[in-house]
Design a binder for this molecule. Structure first.
Ligand code: NAD
Ligand code: TYD
Length: 353
């Protein structure tokens, strides 16, 4: 018997699928409703292992569809929202900023408004938890400290500008209407089920096919990497124990220069494929830098550690090894995504789109 209905948006995407899996397995007493539009980034194959679970419901829909959202809140008496649905790739946002404003800003606003209408001031036991990125804080200099929860917002890319705007809307609903909200800003995630246009799965796949590895600029930009299951664990903890109205930064104090990270990936893939050491280094190809490429991201997550006791569970070397193995062991998943075949899975499972 479900005691609580929780809406997870974007659950067919990379991080969302890990959050859905964790909640479906860990909380059989919750009904987990996964609302996802299934854009190019949404892939129901990510959830094959739990799709038959009794406490799991998949709904295909757009977070910008306010009428649909109103019906959904009424039908399932939703009490908690974990909002991950978004357009998430910086390079796409540079080419098509409107889609990012629509989904990330207007979609988040529609979801907030639908929750507000449904909850109608009865805030007890309700929570709207918004998942965001450290990119809203802008960029750091080399050796220039860390992003904390107090760092001033200074987004540079259309992606981070749209996420910053959505964060502000969430806080505005808390401050204006008293809605119980939480926001977390996380660093770059890596791990299984990431869409292979992002750095790590793209490069693993390209090495596998002996295709060039396009390194933007000189590869000197720095990112702070966190294993996706550690992010999902943090989301679980914060959803249940986070202080309403607060913001928490999530990150693993794990900074890597892109070029150094790429060499680790090459070394790991070559070793696991039985290639001689250094075999794929010749695939590194320096290309024109990304416009407005943020130099460095680095998260200070000590608030989360001190207040809720969260820490990353995996060392980076273990996480990368596990990730590379996963993509090499799941070549069908990768091939289905790169060929577009993954989109047929929805049709088999749920009929026409
Ligand atoms: P993703 O692109 O892999 O998945 C996004 C999901 O949202 C997809 O399943 C897609 O179909 C769905 N979606 C897109 N538009 C939608 C719409 N209009 N209505 C309903 N569903 C829609 O993204 P991800 O990497 O899993 O990121 C999830 C969230 O976490 C995002 O909000 C992102 O900003 C945030 N985040 C990501 C990272 C990261 O490193 N990937 C880091 C910090 C925060
Ligand atoms: P990405 O995975 O797109 O995450 P984000 O831009 O949100 O941090 O990229 C991670 C880093 O890798 C970023 O500095 C851009 C760089 N990059 C490349 O050098 N080449 C690529 O093909 C991609 C996709 C990214």
């Amino acid at each position: 018997m479900a005691t609580k209905s929780i809406l997870i948006t974007g659950g067919a995407g990379f991080i969302g699928s890990h959050v859905v899996r964790l909640f479906v397995k860990k909380y059989p007493e919750y009904r987990i409703i996964n609302l996802d539009k299934l854009t190019y980034a949404g892939n129901l194959e990510n959830l094959r292992d739990i799709e038959q679970a009794a406490n799991y419901v998949f709904v295909r829909g757009d977070i910008c569809d306010y009428e649909m959202l109103k019906k959904l809140f009424a039908e399932y008496a939703i009490e908690g929202v974990i909002h991950l649905a978004a357009e998430s790739h910086v390079d796409r946002s540079i080419k098509d900023p409107f889609t990012f404003a629509r989904t990330n800003v207007l979609g988040t606003l529609s979801l907030l408004q639908a929750a507000k209408e449904a909850w109608d001031g009865q805030w007890d036991g309700r929570l709207f938890y918004h998942i965001s990125t450290d990119e809203v804080y802008g960029a750091l200099e080399l050796g220039g400290g860390f992003f904390t929860e107090e760092t001033r917002y200074a987004p540079h890319s259309p992606y981070s500008a749209s996420k910053a705007s959505s964060d502000h809307f969430v806080r505005a609903f808390h401050d204006t209407y008293g809605m119980p909200t939480l926001v977390t800003n996380c660093s770059n995630n890596y791990g299984p089920y990431q869409f292979p246009e992002k750095l790590i799965p793209l490069f693993i796949n390209n090495i596998r096919h002996r295709k060039p590895l396009p390194v933007y600029g000189k590869g000197e930009n720095i990112r702070d990497w966190l294993y996706v299951e550690d992010h999902a664990r943090a989301i679980d903890l914060i959803f249940h124990r986070g202080k309403v109205g607060e913001t928490y930064n999530i990150g693993g104090f794990n900074e890597w220069r892109n070029i150094d990270l790429i060499r680790v990936i090459i070394r790991t893939v070559d070793r696991l494929l039985g290639n001689p050491e250094g075999y794929s280094l010749d695939l590194i190809t320096f290309v024109t830098d990304r416009a407005g490429h943020d130099l460095r991201y680095a998260i200070d997550s000590s608030k989360l550690k001190n207040e809720l006791g969260w820490e990353p569970s995996l060392q980076f070397e273990e996480g990368i090894e596990h990730t590379v193995r996963w993509y090499l062991d799941n070549q069908l998943w990768l091939d289905n995504v790169t060929s577009g075949a993954y989109e047929e899975y929805y049709q088999k499972m749920y009929g026409n789109k």
